[in-house]
Design a protein around this ligand. Structure first.
Ligand SMILES: [Mn+2]
Length: 241
């Protein structure tokens, strides 16, 4: 069985001796590998030409978690509540999103990656849930592998078909959330406080365009998390080979 190549976006940070580092939590690569894909990390700092070359060769993209998107990208103003903003990463991911949709090939967004899908298609974010929606649950505190709150999944959605349940428990490590949903996306899962927890592109010609607010790569001992990665990789393989 051929192994589909999945591009993964990564972060940049400066270490304690002022060296710029590109990095990504290993759990993403492990999740892709376990589901039958080959993870390929996409560096930051690339030109659009270079990114195009990558797009032609990969079979799908995983937009990973990370720091906040610059609020300018969705008509907001920079705030001291924004964390680890990287304008180059925003540029690269939004370019990759638009190209992968044009290709069209499967894509999955996780946490920040879910926000990139929404912002890249014209939606907006709450800069900080606890400030902008003070009555919300605590979405930020969960340890990576601890289930923090339930999400209710919209009947008939692609996500519901993949997971096969109306409600699942998820981890939660985000301080931002989708505010205005972009045209062309459907809201397919909500936390009990109304925070949007999953989105998808209905009738997408690349067959898999989905974003989740939780972090399934840290919950692989749970079947819904494994099923999500498996469906993503299977689609990438089916449309490529
Ligand atoms: Mn949450």
């Amino acid at each position: 069985m051929p192994l589909p190549l999945i591009g993964l976006t990564i972060s940049r940070y400066t270490d304690d001796v002022s060296t710029s580092q590109l990095s990504m939590p290993e759990a993403y690569a492990q999740a892709i590998t376990k589901a039958g894909g080959v993870p390929l990390l996409i560096p930051l700092g690339l030109t659009e030409d270079a990114l195009q070359r990558i797009i032609t060769r990969i079979d799908g993209i995983l937009f990973t978690g990370g720091g906040d998107i610059h609020p300018e990208r969705y008509g907001g103003a920079m705030s001291n509540q924004c964390q680890s903003v990287d304008a180059d990463r925003d540029r690269i991911e939004i370019f990759l999103l638009r190209q992968i949709i044009q290709a069209p090939k499967p894509f999955l967004g996780i946490c920040r990656g879910c926000h990139i899908i929404n912002v890249g298609l014209g939606g907006s974010l709450y800069i900080d849930i606890s400030t902008d929606r003070p009555k919300s649950l605590e979405h930020r505190r969960s340890r990576r592998d601890v289930l923090a709150h339930p999400v209710r999944i919209k009947e008939g959605s692609q996500l519901a078909k993949i997971i096969g349940a109306e409600e699942i428990e998820v981890n939660s490590r985000h301080h931002q959330a989708i505010q205005k949903l972009a045209a062309g996306l459907t809201a397919v899962a909500f936390a009990p406080d109304g925070v949007l927890e999953a989105i998808e592109m209905p009738d997408y010609s690349g067959f898999f365009g989905l974003g989740v607010q939780w972090q399934p790569e840290d919950m692989l001992e749970h079947k819904p998390a494994r099923d999500l990665f498996r469906a993503f990789i299977q689609t990438a393989r089916d449309i490529s080979f």
